[in-house]
Design a protein around this ligand. Structure first.
Ligand SMILES: Nc1ncnc2c1ncn2[C@@H]1O[C@H](COP(=O)(O)OP(=O)(O)OP(=O)(O)O)[C@@H](O)[C@H]1O
Ligand SMILES: [Mg+2]
Length: 478
């Protein structure tokens, strides 16, 4: 394996030497440049694993090196070194596509860590278990939908997954904000590391500091041993701060400090521990309004909101209802050991699309859970959804009734039909017997839910009722 090649850009010869020495010791190959022009010369002549550039250069800004890389579609990871306390520069660099940034004066330990992380070399020892650290398989968590809105979200996820830039995911509750955060993690270089999700609103205020930063034995009554916080648990991976808008102001300040310093001090500890964590956050609140109202720190908002992803409410992407429902039903059916996965009739899908879904995908999920239990068969009809009758009947005239309740799609029938050896002497009676047996079998299979049994036979509820009455079949009400 050849050593990764790095390009270091800084106009200060002493600093250049310091960076070079540090990186050489890590086993990298180094080229260096003192200006934007020199950097571009090197880049045009060959490729690198990463470019580390100072922000302020004699003939321009480090950002122009970033822009050049971006425009040329180059794969080099870019790291930017900014002046201390200049949040603007750091945020601007991340927005321009930098993988990460470092602040001056550069802490060499952190320098090695950040470079290693950019090159995918950081493999911290696995953290001991904390709740919800488990990484779910990426395939089970796909964000389904083909609407322009959800496609845009997916392509943004792909784009931001490869950097360290903080992402704020905004959207109404139940829209899939956590799914988006997990997708960012799963598509990035940290996928094999931990994804730690924290619900900021669910932790009592007096425990926040200990939960986030950990504590040392004896730090307070009951602290019988050292304990890691969320930051340490997520080291090398991703920390997802859910409902960030619920974080109290005092804790916001502490969080801001940790983000700036990239190190945490556990409660009761004297020394700081460096950490390398990517921060993603989510909220259903309008954070800029929270800032305006004085409930959220402007500077923290600025740091977390480097890239924003808005997850649209379900009612803005109704064309995805069919796909999302199918995915959700497949998951529920699998969990419940139901096979084959029940499907929605065309009428059910139409009824769903008339509903506003104030609770978004989460509400759809709950609704399908109930409907599946209620329908108990292969098909879920409009009646099984438990939605108000007004939605069921709307736009449904007598003539449309049967069509709407017909399962979708229609599958070929009557294959392998066997005739009796002796032809029946009374055809009408014989057919009634056959129909009766089939209806009973269908009803049994669907636990006497007539709607589902009807749907499985390609009948509407009215049609099966009629046939049951005619053949004097009585079944428990459904
Ligand atoms: N596009 C989608 N495809 C499939 N499932 C989805 C989709 N969007 C959301 N879900 C599912 O809907 C549920 C809610 O999603 P998630 O928890 O990510 O939403 P949220 O915005 O974080 O909700 P809350 O505000 O309640 O925390 C999850 O079970 C998720 O798997
Ligand atoms: Mg959530």
């Amino acid at each position: 394996m050849t050593a990764p090649r790095l390009l270091v850009v800084d106009d200060e010869p002493d600093l250049r030497t310091l960076y070079e020495l540090t990186l050489l010791r890590e086993g990298y190959e180094i080229d260096s440049a003192g200006s934007v022009a020199e950097a571009l010369e090197h880049l045009k002549a060959g490729s690198y694993s990463a470019v580390i550039t100072d922000m302020k250069l004699p003939d321009g800004s480090g950002l122009s090196v970033l822009r050049w890389l971006e425009q040329a579609g180059r794969p080099e990871k870019a790291l930017v070194i900014t002046a201390f306390g200049s949040a603007e520069n750091a945020v601007e660099a991340l927005k321009a596509g930098a993988y990460d940034y470092l602040t001056k004066p550069v802490d060499l330990r952190q320098f090695r860590l950040v470079v290693g992380s950019a090159l995918g070399r950081v493999v911290p020892e696995p953290a001991p278990a904390v709740e919800d650290g488990a990484t779910a398989p990426a395939t089970a968590l796909r964000l389904v939908g083909e609407s322009p809105a959800i496609r845009a979200v997916r392509s943004l996820i792909d784009k931001v997954a490869r950097s360290m830039a903080p992402v704020l995911v905004q959207g109404e509750s139940g829209t899939g904000k956590e799914l988006v955060a997990r997708a960012i993690h799963d598509h990035g270089a940290r996928a094999s590391q931990r994804f730690v999700a924290v619900n900021c609103g669910a932790i009592p205020e007096n425990l926040l500091e200990a939960e986030f930063f950990g504590y040392r034995k004896g730090a307070f009554t009951g602290a019988n041993e050292d304990r890691q916080g969320f930051f340490q648990a997520a080291d090398g991976g991703t920390l997802f701060l859910d409902e960030i808008g619920d974080l109290p102001l005092a804790m916001q300040s502490k969080l801001l400090r940790v983000i700036q310093e990239r190190s945490v001090r556990p409660v009761g500890a004297t020394a700081e521990t460096p950490i390398n964590v990517r921060i993603l956050s989510a909220t259903h609140k309008d954070l800029s309004a929270e800032v305006a109202a004085g409930r959220f720190r402007q500077d923290l908002f600025y740091r977390l909101n480097v890239i924003q992803i808005r997850v649209p409410p379900l009612r803005e992407r109704l064309e995805d209802l069919g796909l999302i429902s199918a995915r959700v039903l497949a998951r529920i059916a699998q969990d419940a050991g139901v096979s084959p996965t029940p499907r929605l009739t065309a009428g059910a899908l139409q009824t769903l699309s008339r509903y506003g879904f104030p609770g978004n995908v989460r509400e759809l999920e709950n609704l399908l859970h109930r409907a599946l239990a209620l329908a108990g068969g292969e098909w879920i009809a409009a009646e099984d959804l438990g939605l108000p009758d007004a939605l069921l009947d709307e736009g449904r005239s007598e003539s449309q009734f049967a069509a709407i309740d017909t399962p979708l799609p229609v599958e070929p029938v009557a294959e392998g039909l066997t005739l009796p050896e002796q032809l029946p002497g009374d055809l009408a009676r014989y057919l009634d017997e056959v129909e009766r047996a089939i209806l009973l079998r269908a009803l049994e299979q669907h636990r006497f839910n007539r709607t589902a049994a009807a749907a499985s036979l390609g009948l509407s509820l009215r049609q099966i009722r009629y046939r049951m009455a005619r053949l004097a079949i009585s079944a428990g009400d459904s």
